[in-house]
Design a binder for this molecule. Sequence first.
Ligand SMILES: O=C(O)c1ccccc1N[C@@H]1O[C@H](COP(=O)(O)O)[C@@H](O)[C@H]1O
Length: 207
Amino acid sequence: MSRTRIKICGLTRAQDVRAAVQNGADAIGFVFYPPSPRAVDVDRAAELAALLPPFVTAVGLFVNPAPAEVEAVLARVPLQLLQFHGDEREADCARYGLPWIKAARMRAGVDLLEFALSHPRARGILVDAFVDGYGGGGKTFDWSLIPQGFGRPLVLSGGLDADNVAEAVRRVRPWAVDVSSGVESARGIKDAAKIAAFIAGVRDADG
Ligand SMILES: O=C(O)c1ccccc1N[C@@H]1O[C@H](COP(=O)(O)O)[C@@H](O)[C@H]1O
């Protein structure tokens, strides 16, 4: 079994980018959603993305963006993957010439197989808890809503932290995990020790 990939999302400071990279994150996320406490502007994201070594993926998170907003970011920030976390349809995600993952907001009644079928070209399906504000709520959801043998690369998120991520990885066996709130000391401020403990938890579950 391959090791679980790890994305740390919502980075706003250089020291947090360094902590994620030094502890072994595979990807980091920049939030381009102005209502989020983790939102960064294009200048800050460009500065932070420039700190990344090769083979650490820069991901841009958007929620129902206007195409011009995404294009303005892409003109300045070398993103390698887009993460759509709103109500975007397949065609909305496909227009930028970059691979993307699509978030499903999980709660009772959501049929993840049907959701995945409506996003056939997404490189992966991210599952997050349904929260007001579209995401980043630090809330877990019922992992049994994820069908066995899902068949697409699955990114597990929603309320993960160092205390629950090993159990989450053992139970769900996702392709990757994504975390924001669970490695913070305050909204938008990451904690290096929490990042280290989170990544250690994933590696413990990987065996
Ligand atoms: O981080 C945010 O502020 C955010 C805002 C809007 C949509 C998604 C957002 N973050 C993503 O939400 C999930 C879960 O985060 P958490 O670990 O529960 O805080 C994760 O994929 C973040 O990338």
